[in-house]
Design a protein around this ligand. Structure first.
Ligand code: PLP
Length: 399
């Protein structure tokens, strides 16, 4: 029996229970707490996929850039994917394995720096390929150059997060690519990114569409990059199916597959701890917090979604309902309605779940609000790193 059939994650992935038993009483709020035990559990699942499918797995820095944890991450993953010069440089400096760069568009300045850091550069369009490919190869012949294709598959439900939506600027359609004969053949590899928080079944559908449109260009490519959006570390994700899809694809097209998840790496590996500062009332009770959706967890308003708080329920599920109110002056700075077993009072702490991803990489100092500390805990719940932000961080971004 192969390890694939016997593999079961050792941890039940009950992350709410896990984070509920940590002691937050001494935490100065607001603070993100990233836990290396939870992170490593995710990494083990990804390493299992990597081994069984013999593919490459990169960390997408866009979703998770907590570089103090990279010594752990790089034990399991092959490198990073970067969407800008800054990310590529961070990957080169702090991760040090493979750096794969893609951006919806590159400038001359970008390319001059990318050639210093990147192992792979993926262009979004045939015109960018024509403009920069020979220049890149002249600077460094070892850099692989690829093209991002747009399979025009179903993709994610919300168009804000759907790279394959009608009218998308992400990647080039078959029609656009074929206006420039020979380019798809000349590329070292092809890249598509068509998913967002999706399953192996969704990947199967996307692959069908990739094969239908671009099938004749896949064989013998050095690599085909399946992008991110694979929710591999979510409970119930069918890793067996993912492994089979990757293996079959590699065999059929004699190529190597690259996956570049962001969310799956840091999924449920961190929390955001906040304190209640005041309770006000207007059409129900509002708990005013020292955190904010707008500046500390912008996806809450962007997606939008309601993050969960440890030990609470949906509205009316428990005895006391509170709307969570943010600290900025944005009128809509709310973090959802949650129900509690007890009444809230100033000084109480609330712990938002799943806050390691798309938070620190996106947060802002809007309104001059204090940025949360970044605390890293190791496998033994010991705090191994605390980063504090202050007035200088706010001032340095202004002039
Ligand atoms: C956003 C993105 C990723 C990571 O996506 P996740 O949903 O965080 O897994 C990977 N590759 C590309 C090109 C992306 O734009």
């Amino acid at each position: 029996m192969s390890t694939e059939e016997t593999f079961e994650p050792s941890w039940e992935r009950d992350r709410e229970g896990f984070f509920a038993q940590l002691d937050y009483s001494k935490v100065t709020t607001p603070a993100y707490i990233f836990h290396e035990g939870a992170l490593e559990e995710n990494l083990k699942i990804l390493a299992h996929v990597k081994k069984e499918a013999s593919c490459t797995i990169l960390l997408a820095l866009k979703g998770y850039g907590t570089w103090k944890t990279f010594p752990l991450v790089k034990k399991y993953l092959d490198g990073v994917c970067a969407s800008s010069v800054n990310e590529a440089k961070l990957g080169r400096e702090e991760f040090g394995k493979q750096v794969h760069s893609y951006a919806p568009v590159f400038s001359d300045r970008d390319i001059d720096e990318q050639v210093l850091y990147a192992d792979h550069i993926v262009f979004n369009s045939p015109t960018q390929w024509i403009k920069y490919r020979d220049y890149v190869k002249k600077k460094n012949p070892k850099i692989h150059c690829g093209i991002r294709i747009n399979p025009e598959s179903a993709g994610a439900g919300n168009d804000l997060y759907n790279p394959c939506a009608k009218g998308s600027r992400m990647g080039s359609t078959l029609k656009e690519c074929e206006k420039h004969p020979g380019i798809l053949e000349a590329a070292d590899g092809l890249h598509f990114h068509a998913l967002c928080e999706q399953s192996a079944d969704d990947l199967e559908e996307a692959l069908k569409q990739v094969e239908k449109k671009f099938g004749k260009y896949l064989k013998g490519k050095k690599w085909i990059n399946f992008g991110g959006g694979h929710h591999i570390t979510r409970k119930g994700y069918d890793t067996k199916k993912l492994i089979a899809l990757v293996r079959d694809f590699q065999k059929k097209y004699e190529t190597n597959v690259i996956l570049e998840p962001g969310e799956a790496v840091g999924l449920n590996a961190g929390v955001l701890v906040a304190s209640v500062l005041d309770i006000i009332e207007n059409n129900g009770k509002i708990a005013m917090l020292d955190t904010t959706a707008e500046a500390h967890m912008p996806d809450v308003l962007g997606m939008p979604y309601r993050p969960s708080i440890i030990g609470t329920g949906k509205p009316e599920e428990k005895k006391y309902d509170y709307m969570m109110g943010g600290i900025t002056c944005l009128s809509g700075d709310f973090i959802g309605k949650h129900s509690f077993d007890h009444e809230l009072k100033p000084g109480d702490k609330v712990v938002f779940q799943n806050m390691a991803i798309y938070t620190t990489v996106k947060n802002t100092t809007f309104n001059g609000v204090r940025l949360p500390d970044i605390i890293i805990m190791d496998q033994n719940n010991k705090i191994v790193h605390t980063k504090k932000f202050g007035y200088e961080d706010f001032k340095n971004r202004l002039s």
